[in-house]
Design a protein around this ligand. Sequence first.
Ligand SMILES: [Zn+2]
Length: 136
Amino acid sequence: MCVFTHFAAGALAGSFLPVPVAAPLLGLGSHLLLDVIPHRDFEDYRIEILLWLAAMAALGVMGGMTLPIALAGLFAVLPDLENLLWKLGRLRDDQKIFPGHRPGWLRHGRETGRSSIVLQIVFTVVVVAFLIRRSS
Ligand SMILES: [Zn+2]
C-alpha cells in the first residue's frame, strides 16, 4: 500500500487506544494486513511521501493528532523505509526483513489497477477528516 494509506490505517487504529503503549505493535500489524491486500502504489515514491506529510500536517494543524495516533501512524509507515532504501538502490531485495516485503510466509498483495490509488486517497482523506472531527 501507499505510505499515506499505511499512515492513515495506523492512525485510525491508534485513535482507539486510550494509552500509547500498544500503538507501535498496532501500527506494525496494520502494515502487515494492508500489504497483503491486492493494491497499486505510485511509481514515484515522492508523491506518496508528500501525501503522507500532508495527512500528518492536516492532523497536526487541525487538531486530530494525539500520541497514540502519531505513534501508531509512524510505526505503520516505518516498514516502508526499507522499500524506500531499495528504490534508492541502497538496499538489495534480499536484504529486506519485514514480512510481506520479502518472499516468505506472508505474500505481498498482487498489483491491481489505478483505481486502487484513488481508493487509498479517498480512504486517507476520510480517516483524516474523521480524526479531525472526532477531536473537536
Ligand atoms: Zn510495506
